[in-house]
Design a protein around this ligand. Structure first.
Ligand code: ADP
Ligand code: MG
Length: 248
């Protein structure tokens, strides 16, 4: 699905060049669950921004289903993002004065989906992340883990092919992190590729593939048998046991 070949990217500060990505070759298949690890400053976020078409690259090729993404206009990259790519952030980025349901529905509002339809779909996606009973809550009335689940539902409602999450559990305690990973494992079992950045080996062990970046290069890229994030599924996330059973 995604192919990166020889991707280079530098930042310039005056005449000083910071060469951040130094020849990245990376393939991501539909439904793969990938963790990117590496020291601070190794280029993880830059790579995620390139994957998410939030930033350009200087050299190399990025193909999505064979189509070259290079020097795209802002309009074109925004359109591709809204159709194919979902984003989840460490700090959730929910709109504070909108309910969970409205936050999830928001991408469809921008796509001019009629109100009834978008709220109906938002309710389905909230149920999908185990939050059917929290639809009318504001973000501040939800725990961190619940807010992150709302953010995941919002990212999924546009039916992306890939979900990008830069440290999605970075602000959460370890039990809550496992709950978020359980939701992502569940998403991934439906064929959506998921790429996360994490510092924690325990979190990386819940994915299928771990990539280590060192100074902007892929130092290792290993596939593994992922660990289930939770021994006991999240109450309300009814779909989880059957999907995990079906996938294994
Ligand atoms: P990581 O996410 O692995 O910590 P980043 O990809 O954020 O690393 O950053 C890699 C390097 O690029 C760092 O040295 C960072 O300071 C630098 N950098 C990141 N973004 C910019 C930018 N917009 N302008 C200049 N330098 C940047
Ligand atoms: Mg980073």
């Amino acid at each position: 699905m995604i192919q990166l070949r020889g991707i280079h990217k530098s930042y310039w500060m005056g005449t000083n060049r910071l060469h951040v990505l130094r020849g990245i070759d990376l393939d991501i298949a539909p439904g793969e669950f990938v963790a990117i690890m590496g020291a601070s400053g190794s280029g993880k976020s830059t790579l995620m921004n390139v994957l998410g078409l939030l930033d350009n690259y200087d050299e190399g090729e990025y193909r999505f289903d064979g189509e070259l993404y290079r020097d795209l206009s802002e309009t074109r990259s925004a359109r591709i993002r809204s159709e194919r790519i979902g984003f989840v952030f460490q700090s959730f980025h929910l709109i504070p004065f909108k309910t969970a349901l409205s936050n999830v529905a928001l991408p469809l509002y921008y796509r001019k989906v009629p109100r009834r339809e978008r709220l109906g779909l938002a309710a389905e996606y909230l149920a999908r992340v185990g939050l059917a009973d929290r639809a009318t809550h504001l973000p501040r009335e939800l725990s961190g883990g619940q807010q992150q689940r709302v953010a995941i539902a919002r990212a999924l409602i546009s039916r992306p092919r890939i979900l990008l999450a830069d440290e999605p559990t970075g602000a959460l305690d370890s039990q809550t992190s496992r709950e978020i990973m359980a939701v992502l494992q569940d998403v991934q079992s439906e064929g959506v590729a998921v790429v996360i950045v994490t510092h924690e080996h325990a979190i990386a062990s819940m994915t299928d593939r771990v990539i280590h970046l060192v100074d902007g290069e892929i130092a290792s890229d290993r596939r593994q048998q992922r660990r289930p994030a939770l021994d006991v599924p999240i109450p309300g996330l009814e779909s989880t046991p059957s999907r995990i059973a079906a996938a294994s």
